[in-house]
Every structure is written in structure tokens, then in C-alpha cells.
Write a protein that binds this ligand. Sequence first.
Ligand code: HEC
Ligand code: HEC
Length: 202
Amino acid sequence: MKTSHTLTMVCLLGAAVSFGSAQAGTDELVKNCETCHGAGGNGDDLKVPNIAGMSEVYLNDTMTAYKSGDRPAGSKYKPKDGEESDMAMVAKKLSEGDIEAVAAHFAGQTFRPHAQQVDAALAAKGKAAFDEGCEKCHSEGGSVAADDAGVIAGQGKPYLEEQFKMYDDGSRPMPKKMKKKFEALSGDDKAAIIEFLAGGGK
Ligand code: HEC
Ligand code: HEC
């Protein structure tokens, strides 16, 4: 009887301590994300997507998919002031609660498109293909977070190229209706769409 009473006390104490440090824990996690994704979730390296202002639903889903392995990590990345890692390794260290906390945090920031040079004629060709097959779910050139399909307008060309390659080889799964549209595109259409998105989806 006495022992179980003591145990209860210890458990309550543990719960109180972890509750009190939840915000500090989130701040630490966010700081780690920012070493690669930039302050506030917007950076300058075109290989790393900007994650500020994406929807909480998308951020939760995609982090959970990295953790379970349903979405494969892209390339490993070594930030200037940190250790080389990839998104599978990052996500596997997070609990469900951690994922919810960082998703809520970055959803509350403002997305900034990457600045990059694009070929205007090729981007215009991409816009036509995008409006026909993709705009229904990725509205306004793929810039609307509330679509819960990421924010693809204004991501860096190397990031987009890598994701297109993973969709092509089947390693990253996609919604059935997207797959139908995606597979109907020629290689030239895909290159043009990447140019259009890299240019900000306009
Ligand atoms: C070591 C560098 C690094 C760290 C640390 C890191 N990321 Fe990433 N992240 C990347 C790279 C590189 C990509 C693009 C390649 C890929 O998909 O794996 C990426 C992709 C993502 C994506 C996909 C964006 C999209 O448009 O679908 C999300 C979301 C994301 N990271 C969130 C986070 C969060 C949240 C954290 C902190 C818990 C974090 N990342 C920590 C490097 C990093
Ligand atoms: C039926 C709706 C639908 C259609 C049509 C669709 N998509 Fe998607 N797309 C989604 C959803 C939902 C996601 C997020 C889930 C996922 O990660 O696959 C997504 C994700 C993506 C991503 C990854 C986002 C990121 O941040 O990494 C890219 C790139 C993309 N779509 C491109 C396209 C292109 C190009 C087309 C047209 C050929 C297209 N999509 C058509 C619904 C759609």
C-alpha cells in the first residue's frame, strides 16, 4: 500500500515537470528545424523547402509520413551550423505531440517564396499544363496553404525536381487522382511545370 502511494506521487511529479517544460521543448525542436529551414521556416538554400505558413494539416500529415516511412526522405543536408541529417532521421526522433507542436508553430508563420531566376517562356508553357491538370487541387498556382496539399509555388527548383523524381519512380506515394494527372504529363510538361512553380506559380 505504502509503495503504490509513493509511486503515484512520483508519477504525478513527473507529469507536472514535463507539462511545465513543454513550451521550452517546442522551442528547442523549432530551433533545430530552423538550422536547415531558416529563421521562421524560410531560408535561402533552394534545396530546402520553405515550410512557414503551410497548413497545420499538411505539416502534420507529411511529418507523420516521414516518421512512418510512407514518404521517403530526400537528400541528406548539412546546415552551416549543425549536423548532417535527413527528414526521416529528424521525424523518427519526434513524438506525435512533438509533431503537432512544430506543425502548429510553422503553420502560424508567413510563407516566403524562394527568389530564383526562371525562363519566362518555359514557365508560361508550364502554367498552361498546370492549369489543366493540377490547379483544381493546387489552387492559385499552388500557393494556397488551405488546400492542404503543401505550398509548391515558390519552392526551389532542386527541391521540386527531386520530388517530381520521387513521384516518377513511385517512391513517394501520391493521391490517386493526382497520380492520374501526373502520369499523363510528358517529361517536357513536367520540366515546364517545375519552371512555372519555381517562378512563384504566376
Ligand atoms: C538537417 C536539415 C534539416 C532539419 C534539421 C530539418 N529539415 Fe525538414 N527538410 C530538409 C530537407 C533537405 C528537405 C527536403 C528533402 C526531403 O523531402 O527530405 C526537408 C523537407 C521538409 C518538409 C517537406 C516540405 C514539403 O513541401 O512537403 C517539411 C514539412 C519539413 N522538412 C519540416 C521540418 C521540421 C518541422 C523540422 C524540425 C522538426 C525539420 N524539417 C528539420 C532538411 C531538414
Ligand atoms: C486530386 C487532387 C490533386 C491533383 C489533381 C494534383 N495534386 Fe498534387 N497534391 C495533392 C495532395 C493532397 C498533395 C499532398 C499529399 C502528398 O504529399 O502527396 C499533393 C502534393 C503535391 C506535391 C508535393 C508538395 C510538397 O510540398 O512537397 C507536388 C510537387 C504536387 N502535388 C504536384 C502536382 C502536379 C504537378 C499536379 C498536376 C499534374 C498535381 N499535383 C495534381 C493533390 C492533388
